[in-house]
Unconditional design. Structure first.
Length: 60
């Protein structure tokens, strides 16, 4: 769980840095990178939550 929290903080920092870089340079590439990171982080979170749910169902 600690690893997931660290990963979440790193994702938030990456997305925030991309948005700040866009605001400073007006290069849309940084927004695209931030969007890709957010999309894959959300997908990863859904997979982890699904696995945790299946673990609970199997234990019962």
């Amino acid at each position: 769980m600690l690893l997931l929290r660290i990963l979440g903080v790193l994702v938030a920092i990456t997305i925030g840095a991309g948005i700040v870089a866009f605001l400073l340079t007006r290069d849309r590439r940084y927004l695209r990178i931030s969007w890709q990171v957010a999309k894959y982080a959300g997908l990863f979170a859904l997979i982890v939550l699904a696995l945790m749910f299946l673990e609970r169902v199997i234990v019962l």
